[in-house]
Design a protein around this ligand. Structure first.
Ligand code: EPZ
Length: 443
């Protein structure tokens, strides 16, 4: 298993370029399966979750060609309507988008229920409620979701809870339905908008993405086109915190500043000097970090996917901060690891009370999931001494070349190379279609 060694205490300086958004990519790749002709997807992040999903759709019969590190062509014309077993869906949660995509393409699908997750129970009742509302008959048998529709019709869906996954999945299933589907209480995240923009580029008729009411007027077919994925707002936010924790001065480029407003606002509150440009932001931090309180909420609220990283930063603040997790019921499992570096944290149900400390000190730690791993990297960059971070495959699920990007900013971080980097096994630039037969482990 690969590990990171991080010698802390160096102020980060320079420029870092942000990759395409993971949570848009893992939805747009299945969305491409609904198209009648090949799609070219640009600004694809080179991360393990993308590798895993490309493996999965290749095994299903789609042909995937990598034009360069960040551009792929997906040809879905030979796609069968396979049974997608648990061995596949357990590899990554976002494989639930294959259900919506197969419904959108064939009007039927047999997909295993995705497994649980380290950040809490992840029910899919709202996905199923949405599918039923557009005329899909759903049965659960032996852990499989069997979805069938004679004819997908439009319908009205009111989501009981704001769900990114359910909003996107029902959008995928309804894009070629005969009629209009109205999604109320829809999620408004930038990646929801990005999926709608992608589908509209292919000829779909989706209005209102980015608001809480989305209207999907079904179209007969989708035609493959080129599309470029939005920048990853969580990767950008994570680098903002790396800059702050090390009292650095970093320009973060290839971002959409308006997607970062909530994060930017909070970081200004706790002492960062942030300058916004058209597609970049500069984060400067010279003084101390102030304490604050945060509650995570659906977009445009403070993102849950920045919560562990923020707890890491606030551990270095003067005074006491309180962070409340408003989305997931157990997203504080990493606190024991952060405590090994000196963080003073008390968890009570969905709230963590953070007593600020002046200094982290290095210790061996383990990433327990993707964002928890990012929180440990931030802490290690600020810590006195050299921290060893194990289980970094979690971090590489969602952060492209985090080691290389931090090194360019001056950080002393190395990866001990026991397993290949994401993308290493892929056809790169040969121009030929390849089949991805080996599927990687993914939490
Ligand atoms: C997406 O997960 C992201 N994943 C998560 O990012 C992110 O934390 C989450 O949205 C919230 O922003 C991807 O986009 C691949 P939800 P998703 O459906 O879609 C409840 C990361 O670190 N709910 O918006 O699975 C659910 O239990 C990851 O990048 C139901 O009750 O999240 C949760 O409390 C981790 N029933 C809340 O809604 C349902 O049918 C939000 O979940 C669906 C969800």
């Amino acid at each position: 298993m690969s590990v990171f060694f991080v010698r802390g205490g160096i102020s980060l300086k320079g420029n870092v370029s942000i990759s395409g958004a993971k949570n848009a990519a893992v939805a747009i790749i299945p969305a491409a399966l609904i198209s009648n002709t090949p799609c070219t997807i640009e600004n694809i992040p080179n991360i393990r979750d993308v590798d895993t999903l490309l493996d999965i759709i290749s095994d299903m019969g789609a042909r995937v060609q990598r034009l360069d590190e960040h551009t792929i062509v997906i040809d879905p014309t030979q796609l069968g309507c396979p049974v997608v077993p648990y061995e596949v869906t357990k590899k990554m949660r976002a494989s639930y988008y294959i259900l919506g995509a197969l419904l959108g393409r064939f009007g039927k699908a047999d997909v295993a229920m995705p497994g649980g997750c380290k950040i809490g129970a992840r029910p899919i009742d709202q996905h199923i409620k949405g599918f039923r509302a557009i005329g899909v008959d759903i049965k659960m048998e032996n852990g499989m979701i069997k979805a069938r529709s004679e004819k997908l019709a439009g319908g009205l869906v009111y989501f009981d809870t704001v769900s990114v996954g359910a909003t996107i999945n029902v959008m995928l299933a309804s894009v070629r339905a005969a009629g209009t589907t109205v999604l109320e209480n829809a999620a408004k995240e930038p990646h929801v908008v990005d999926v709608a923009n992608f589908l509209n580029t292919l000829g779909a008729d989706i209005l209102g993405a980015g608001t809480d009411i989305i209207r999907v007027k079904g179209v007969k077919s989708l035609t493959g086109r080129s599309y470029s994925i939005v920048p990853d707002q969580i990767e950008a936010g994570t680098f903002m915190l790396c800059a702050m924790a090390t009292r650095g001065d970093v320009e973060i480029s290839n971002v959409t500043p308006k997607h970062l407003y909530t994060i930017t606002d909070k970081l200004k509150d706790v002492g960062a000097v942030i300058t916004e440009f058209d597609d970049s932001i500069r984060v400067q931090m010279s003084g101390g970090i102030s304490n604050t309180n945060i509650k995570t909420m659906p977009y445009p609220g403070f993102p849950t996917d920045m919560q562990p990283q923020m707890v890491s930063l606030l551990s270095l603040a003067s005074g006491t901060s309180i962070v409340t997790e408003g989305i997931w019921e157990s997203r504080f499992k990493y606190v024991d690891e952060l405590a090994r570096l000196g963080a003073k944290l008390r968890v009570n149900d969905r709230t963590v009370v953070i007593e600020g400390t002046n200094q982290f000190t290095a210790a061996p730690v383990k990433a327990t999931d993707l964002r928890a791993g990012a929180a440990l990297v931030i802490a290690a960059l600020a810590a006195k001494g050299t921290t060893k971070i194990e289980h970094v495959h979690h971090i590489e699920r969602g952060y492209e070349d985090i080691v290389g990007k931090l090194q360019k900013l001056g950080a002393d971080i190395v990866r001990s190379d026991d397993s290949p980097l994401p993308g290493a096994a892929h056809d790169s630039g040969t121009g030929s279609f390849s089949s991805y037969s080996s599927v990687r482990e993914c939490s």
